[in-house]
Design a protein. Sequence first.
Length: 382
Amino acid sequence: MSTSEPGEKDAKLTTEADAKPKPKPKPTKPKEQPATTRSSSNSGWGAVVILLLIIGAISWAAYYYLWPQWQAQSQTLSRQASDLENLKDSVDERLTSAQRSQQQQIQSQLDAFSATTERQLNQQAANLDQLQRAVQSVQAEVANLDLSQASTWRLFEARNLVQRAATRLWIEHDLGAALQLLVLAQSHLEALNNPAHMAARQALANDIMALRGLPSDQRESAAMILTSVRTQLADADWYQRRVSAFADSIERPEVEGWWASLQRSGQTLMDQFIRVQRQEQPITPLLSDSFVALSQQRLLLQLQLAQQAALAGSQAVFEASIQEALRLLETLGSAPDQRLQTARETLLSLQQIQLRPDYPADLESLDLIERLARNAGAEASS
């Protein structure tokens, strides 16, 4: 009994132990986790320390290297600003002094100009007063003259006008001024209305009619025409060209077909190898380029001589130069440029121009009016 009881107790305990639910095993934490946490916290603090060290090193480098440079630049900028301010002040002073001096100079010039103008105006006023007094004195003397003295004065004035007309006609070659002077002298004789002056008046009328019948002066117009011709010839084409036989024998239609174009191209190609041409007239050789250039220069020189002769009024030299120019144009023959033919026609028309009219040998009225004035002066002196 006693031996069975312990065995039974053990079996009961075993069954009770098997009947009780077994508790779940608790998860075990790894043993390395505290070490990892400590290592991460240590690395974070190390990074912070390194960053602080870098920031400190940068700050120290900036303070040691950049701070002196910044101070030097600041001092340089302040010095440059002060220099610019001083320069501005000096420039302002110079500009002010220059403006002041210029204003003074302009004012002095204006004062001098005003004084000069006022002096000239005063002088002109004095001259005008003097002329007015002279005119009044002459008018008073004329009013005091009797009829015979007025007639003598008019005769002397008419003689002076005729003499001046002769000078203008034969020395200055001014036909218009000579005519005006003769007409004025005729008006003085007509104002006297003396039958004894009829011969002198008729002579004045004859002289006026003779001068009015003269042609106008052609010197300037001929010189300008020659200038135009010379310019036209200088730009013309003087050189002769050989004309193709095919071009002479076949006329080009206005609208040519392909066959005519093909024939012309073939004939042009054949002309480069051999050319057969019939000539019924004597063959005239083409002029060389050097001969044409020499003839051109000689022709232009002759036109220049003709222009100078026209301005000087030398009729003989003018005609000789025109004739030589025409001969040189004829020597060149038929040039291709139409301007040469136009120049030839212009030169032929210029060949007939009379540069200066043939003035009369003397004035018929000059001797008669001289005789009347001499007789009037003798009567006045007696």
